[in-house]
Design a protein around this ligand. Structure first.
Ligand code: KIV
Ligand code: ZN
Length: 521
């Protein structure tokens, strides 16, 4: 163990306590993949499982013990020789390994769970820690339900565990009951009252039932603990365990207040989170450090500040945890500054201020309708606006009557060469009715070759992109339009194709229209 008194050992229990979360069971292959990432990331001790619990757990611990290059594998055991034997068998292929053995020490657990007296538990500590030491000099002992254990009794048991050979003493807040001030006191008392405490490293293991697991763990470290037991994404029994990424980044970010160091390569935190969530369950969007939104800024004021100086709203960089870039999420709270920046990122650096102005207005309307405005949504709006500049036929309004029973009908107003024209047509379906209206308001003789609808983005509020291909005298044009309303997109896509066809007719369109007008079509 390190001579540096400020080194905090990271003991990861994602594959043991984390796996105890409902829905988090992992296959051996998944555990091996996770272990490789943890090993690379610099986790000091990896609790790979509870070997006696199942053949699958045993095999996983065995397999992981064989592949680790830097981390020390550990296995959990109750106070039972069979459990300890299973741990040894599973771990023995590793050059160094740890046996972690535990028993409850709170009056409540001793009486109701173990049906043992404090004296019997005391004897058991001596017997089982001594037994585990036969296999390795790296033995960890935990007093389960430590934070609800009588303090004098805890001091006695810790002293005994150390004199029996334990080199790490872990104090679990098994039910997530303690608070930082109380936990500080518990760790300080152990440091001050247990005579042989300097022969062991004190460890903390906090559950998150009151949402205090990370705060309690950090309080424990500040009071003298030098190992933290934690899990990636904070997964674990019930509300979970203290989250590894939060502890490591809190120590790194607030090193002015917590002058400790861990051996974690923080740029791998995001990768570790992904590999664990792929094997277990998704991470909540607003999860600290590794949530999808942890480095996303939507509010206009924040985005503006971020673009001027990242420190305004960012206390650590996304790169420091392995996230490529801060994302300015475009939503209804986004401002013009961020929007312009987004257009630059999307390759629209040269669009005029007028276009930006128009598209920004449309984007705000879209953002009001949609929860997520994706980059593709914005690109579709810009494309639409750029083409519209050259249009001679524009949709002014559209009402569609669809559904069962009645024939489908469209009421449409178009601006055709500056003139407002209205039509109402029935059709064989709403799209047919729309296309008939267009034909009536701008008589033409093109053939529809293709009509296709795609969702640009996900969800029922996705923007639909409609593509239309038309043909006239051997010439074809393709029109596209996007809108959250598929029928509006259909009308615009058709008009877009038609406008392009008019341009293709080599500027004969105005005259042609004039002739048609003369004929009273
Ligand atoms: O929460 C707990 O008490 C545990 C022990 C087995 C260390 O997970
Ligand atoms: Zn636990």
């Amino acid at each position: 163990m390190s001579k540096d008194k400020n080194k905090v050992y990271i003991f990861d229990t994602t594959m043991r306590d984390g796996e105890q979360s409902p829905g988090a069971s992992m296959s051996i292959e998944e555990k091996i993949q996770i272990a490789r990432v943890f090993d690379e990331m610099g986790v000091d001790i990896i609790e790979a499982g509870f070997p006696i619990a199942s053949p699958g757990d045993f095999e996983a611990v065995k397999a992981i013990s064989k592949i680790l290059k830097n981390s020390i594998p550990a296995g959990l055991s109750r106070h039972s020789k069979k459990d300890i034997d299973a741990c040894y068998e599973a771990l023995k292929d590793a050059p160094r390994f740890r046996i972690h053995t535990f028993i409850s020490t709170s009056a409540l657990h001793m009486k109701h769970k173990l049906n043992k007296s404090p004296e019997q538990v005391y004897e058991s500590i001596k017997e089982h820690v001594t037994y585990a030491r036969k296999f390795t000099d790296d033995v960890e002992w935990s007093c389960e339900d430590g934070t609800r254990t009588d303090m004098d009794y805890m001091c006695k048991t810790v002293e005994l565990a150390i004199s029996s050979g334990a080199r790490t003493i872990n104090i679990p807040d098994t039910v997530g009951y303690t608070v930082p001030s109380e936990f500080t006191k518990i760790i300080s008392t152990l440091k001050n009252k247990v005579p042989n405490i300097d022969k062991a490293i004190l460890s903390v293991h906090c559950h998150n039932d009151l949402g205090l697991a990370v705060a309690n763990s950090l309080a424990g470290v500040t009071a003298g603990a030098r190992q933290v037991e934690c899990t990636i994404n904070g997964i674990g029994e019930r509300a979970g365990n203290a989250s590894l990424e939060e502890i490591v980044m809190a120590i790194k970010t607030r090193n002015d207040l917590m002058p400790y160091k861990t051996g974690i390569n923080t740029t791998l935190l995001s990768k570790a989170s992904k590999v664990v969530s792929n094997a277990t369950f998704p991470v909540q969007f607003n999860k600290a450090i590794v949530g999808k939104n942890a480095f996303a800024h939507e509010a206009g004021i924040h985005q503006d500040g971020m673009l001027k100086n990242r420190n305004t709203y960012e206390i650590m960089t996304p790169e420091s945890v392995g996230v490529k870039k801060t994302s300015l999420v475009m939503g209804k709270h986004s401002g013009r500054h961020a929007f312009k920046e987004k257009l630059n990122d999307l390759g629209y650096a040269n669009v005029t201020d007028d276009v930006i102005q128009t598209v920004f207005g449309k984007f705000k309307i879209l953002a009001d309708k949609k929860k997520h405005v994706y980059d593709d949504d914005i690109a579709a709006l810009v494309d639409d606006s750029l083409i519209k500049d050259k249009n001679v036929i524009n949709l002014k309004s559209l009402k569609v009557f669809a559904g069962t029973g009645e024939p489908q009908r469209a009421d449409m107003t178009l601006e055709v060469y500056g003139e407002i024209k209205k039509a109402s047509e029935n059709g064989d379906g709403p799209v047919d009715a729309i296309f008939k209206c267009i034909k009536k308001l701008y008589p033409h003789d093109v053939k529809l070759q293709l009509y296709q609808v795609h969702a640009v983005t996900e969800g029922t509020d996705a923007q639909a992109t409609v593509s239309v291909r038309i043909e006239e005298k051997g010439k074809t044009t393709v029109g596209q339009a996007a809108d959250t309303d598929t029928l509006v997109a259909s009308a615009n896509a058709y008009l877009n194709a038609l406008n392009k066809m008019i341009i293709k007719r080599n500027k004969t369109a105005p005259e042609e229209y004039e002739q048609q007008k003369m004929k009273g079509i």
